[in-house]
Design a protein around this ligand. Structure first.
Ligand SMILES: Nc1ncnc2c1ncn2[C@@H]1O[C@H](COP(=O)(O)OP(=O)(O)OP(=O)(O)O)[C@@H](O)[C@H]1O
Length: 369
């Protein structure tokens, strides 16, 4: 894959220097890290909104230099072909949804796209048709986020920059708006750079995640691998860690929905509580690391509906617990993180390479359509 985004940057801040070297061809890149580590500064610098004294380096996207301080190149935001959705969405509150979307379109600088077709596509993908005549001031938080995303898309961007796209929403609403982001990713296939402190969102959306600490990259990996690292997991698990896996619905009815894990549904079968979906549709599943049990034998007479053979790939001490990484048999999924006590590790003789079963109650698995 050719490098799409290249960043070599030094930006002096209050307490430290944002100091990065990064190049990637990944389509959807996440930026993760504690508050104040430089995530928004990075995004705003890529957008061309943040222009600070002492800033030096190169930002190149798709072969175009957006910033090259040595050559005194620093394109203004409107020449960078970006769609930027800031944390507080900055919609025009007294204008209708339609006018807000058209304002995005008016900002398009070169028309590589058909603005009317894009408008139709965006409103349909984000289910904005019923809202077009409403003024923004009357919308809910989740609706505002969808409009802000729509406005950014209507400008026909080559790169979407999203700053904590769901952070202003409560957890229930966040999980309801996330599927729209997934639809945007899959429908428009525009590269994205997404700042978020939510490992769930980043696992669901991104192919690669950068972890920052005090302005420096401390890790850069596919999300499932990044969040299960010993130095990242405690940060990612502060509110409980969920393994996120895509799946394809195989059957729906009665008291359960059955899916097969994996983007293409080639992984093992799992049962979840009933969800309003049709066979063939995709579901994003969340498996809380603290709700998965490990067994060394296949016991009979358990109420858990999911008993999946797996192989342990690693066991890592993390403070008062251990995390075991277990690769499910069948398919090519990343290993799942399972929280377990040191006593259980010792008494069950758990070690990398050991074959085990993962036990999951259907009701412990969260499904998002
Ligand atoms: N204009 C500025 N001049 C100097 N320092 C700044 C400026 N803006 C922000 N900073 C400092 O840079 C650091 C990074 O801020 P930034 O907003 O990029 O962090 P963040 O990771 O996005 O945080 P959060 O998750 O809380 O939004 C902070 O210590 C902040 O005080």
């Amino acid at each position: 894959m050719d490098t799409q985004l290249e960043i070599r940057l030094k930006v002096p801040l209050d307490q430290f220097v944002l100091d990065l070297e990064y190049a990637s061809a990944q389509p959807v890149i996440g930026v993760f890290g504690p508050s104040g580590c430089g995530k928004t500064t990075l995004l705003e610098t890529v957008a061309g909104i943040r222009r600070m004294a002492g800033m030096a380096g190169v930002i190149r996207f798709g072969g175009t230099d957006w910033l090259d301080s040595a050559r005194k190149v620093n394109l203004p935001p409107q020449q960078r072909d970006i769609g930027y959705v800031p944390q507080d969405h900055l919609l025009f509150p007294h204008l209708s949804v339609e006018k807000n979307l058209l304002a995005g379109q008016a900002r398009a600088i070169r028309s590589r796209h058909d603005p009317e077709a894009t408008f139709r596509d965006v409103t349909e993908t984000l289910h904005l048709e019923p809202l077009l005549g409403r003024t923004v001031a009357t919308l809910s938080g989740g609706e505002c986020q969808r409009v802000a995303l729509g406005r950014a898309l209507c400008s026909g961007p080559r790169l979407l920059l999203l700053d904590e796209p769901l952070a202003s929403l409560d957890i229930t609403l966040r999980r309801r708006v996330l599927p729209f982001l997934l639809k945007v990713r899959d429908r428009f296939r525009i590269p994205m750079l997404i700042v978020s402190h939510d490992p769930f969102e980043l696992q669901a959306l991104c192919s690669e995640v950068i972890a920052l600490r005090r302005g420096r990259i401390i890790a850069c990996e596919p999300p499932a691998r990044l969040f299960t690292r010993e130095d990242i997991y405690p940060m990612a698990a502060s509110q409980g860690f969920e393994n996120v896996l895509p799946s394809v619905v195989t059957a729906h009815g009665g008291h359960k929905t059955s899916v097969r894990l994996g983007e293409d549904g080639s992984g093992p079968e799992v049962n979840v509580l009933p969800v309003e979906v049709e066979p063939g549709e995709r579901l994003m599943l969340g498996f809380p690391a603290s709700d998965i049990l490990i067994a060394t034998a296949r016991f009979e007479g358990l109420s858990a509906r999911n008993i999946l053979p797996a192989v342990l790939t690693d066991i890592r001490p993390l403070g008062d617990r251990h995390i075991a990484l277990a690769r499910l048999e069948g398919g090519s999924l990343e290993p799942l993180a399972v929280e377990i006590t040191p006593d259980a590790v010792r008494e069950l003789g758990l070690r990398p390479g050991k074959s085990v079963y993962l036990l999951m109650k259907s009701s412990a698995i969260r499904a998002y359509s």
